[in-house]
Design a protein around this ligand. Structure first.
Ligand code: ZN
Length: 137
């Protein structure tokens, strides 16, 4: 079995932001040479999340609005006493920071409206990274 590993490094420019990583993840899959297996996309951060969904401007705004409504930035969370980002930790914990996508015939198996989206919830950050690990043969 082949295991191929790569990091995508980037920065974010506002507190909430969605970064589309689809083409970069697909590039890693191609580079890996893996034809059939799985691709793990993992954000090693406690205040960000990874989702698979449509890159449509209105929907990207809706996702951020929904996260704000659900996790209430500035709410009376205990973690806000020491670090004003409890909403981002809660959203990351609930949404998840890892996704697994099948790889078949050298391509990610994803729906037309499933892009790989990184959700920044405690930006801006000069250093964010996403680990892409492709395993298979
Ligand atoms: Zn914190």
């Amino acid at each position: 079995m082949r295991v191929f590993f790569k990091e995508i490094v980037f920065s974010t420019s506002s507190r909430f932001e969605i970064v589309d990583l689809t083409s970069q993840v697909e590039r890693v899959v191609r580079e890996s040479g893996v034809r059939n297996g799985v691709c793990v996309v993992h954000a090693p951060h406690a205040t960000a999340a990874i989702v698979l969904n449509e890159h449509e401007t209105g929907l990207l705004h809706d996702i951020i609005r929904f996260i704000k409504e659900l996790f209430r930035p500035g709410g009376d969370w205990r973690h806000n006493i020491i670090d004003d980002n409890a909403h981002a930790h809660l959203a990351s914990a609930v949404i998840g920071s890892t996704r697994i996508i099948p790889v078949r015939d050298g391509e990610l198996v994803r729906g037309t409206w499933q892009n790989v989206l990184f959700i920044e919830m405690d930006g801006p950050r000069s250093y964010r990274r996403v680990v892409v690990e492709v395993m298979g043969e």
